[in-house]
Ligand binder design. Sequence first.
Ligand SMILES: [Zn+2]
Length: 83
Amino acid sequence: MEEIVQSLVRVLMRGTEYQTFCKCPQCELDIIALSLNTLPTHYVTTEKGRKAVFERMNTLENLEWINKRIIHSIHVVGKYPHR
Ligand SMILES: [Zn+2]
């Protein structure tokens, strides 16, 4: 989950929609942390487990939902940056 959120946050923050938001590493980390807090964690101990979880998470429906959580976090952190 962390890996998915990290890469999604990077992609989203580079989009034109979020040009006005602060993109420093601190804000990026805040957004990732905030998003992860609202999403279920999927801890895995093996590479096989990692693949299975990734395949389950990597559906269009799931990604859309994760995206919504991230966009919410971008706005929250954008309102109160550097806390
Ligand atoms: Zn910042």
